[in-house]
Design a protein around this ligand. Structure first.
Ligand SMILES: Cc1cc2nc3c(=O)[nH]c(=O)nc-3n(C[C@H](O)[C@H](O)[C@H](O)COP(=O)(O)OP(=O)(O)OC[C@H]3O[C@@H](n4cnc5c(N)ncnc54)[C@H](O)[C@@H]3O)c2cc1C
Length: 120
């Protein structure tokens, strides 16, 4: 599994923009790679409304960079937890996941809301 450990400084260069996995490949542990690609596309379409492409693209990086870098990091953290293999730690993880599974959905939804509550 490959990801980009050092974020790109920007998602545009002159009149060229990159989005999705080309811009911010992440581990699949949050199920967000495709979602973020779609968000990128929505924002790119918005920033390109009116004005020259070259002038508009910095707004694309500005709108998308921090959010996607944060989600890449969160995904990486989930991957690390998911790949722990020491038996004692695996038991603790399994127990914790069981507990989380018993919580009302609103708790997990709240924890995930910074990721899933995005609005264009
Ligand atoms: C195991 C796994 C589970 C995942 N689960 C989820 C999930 O639950 N939810 C979620 O949102 N995301 C998930 N993802 C991530 C998601 O699949 C990707 O983030 C998403 O597909 C990225 O879309 P993209 O369009 O940026 O890139 P891609 O889907 O990689 O599309 C790029 C396309 O460009 C083509 N291409 C490459 N080079 C060229 C070229 N030179 N000329 C023409 N075409 C070219 C490729 O063939 C490809 O079709 C998962 C990924 C993995 C690996």
């Amino acid at each position: 599994m490959y990801e980009l450990t050092r974020p790109l400084p920007a998602y545009h260069f002159g009149p060229i923009a990159i989005l999705g996995d080309a811009a911010h490949p992440m581990t699949p542990d949050l199920g967000q790679g495709g979602c973020q690609a779609i968000e990128d596309a929505v924002v790119l379409a918005q920033v390109l409304e009116g004005g020259a492409v070259r002038d508009r693209l910095p707004a694309f990086t500005a709108a998308r960079h921090r959010r996607t870098v944060t989600i890449v990091r969160q995904s990486r953290r989930m991957a690390r937890v998911g790949q722990l293999s020491t038996p004692l730690v695996v038991s603790a993880r399994t127990g914790a996941m069981r507990l989380v599974g018993r919580l009302p959905a609103r708790f997990t939804e709240r924890a995930l809301s910074p990721v899933i509550d995005w609005r264009p």
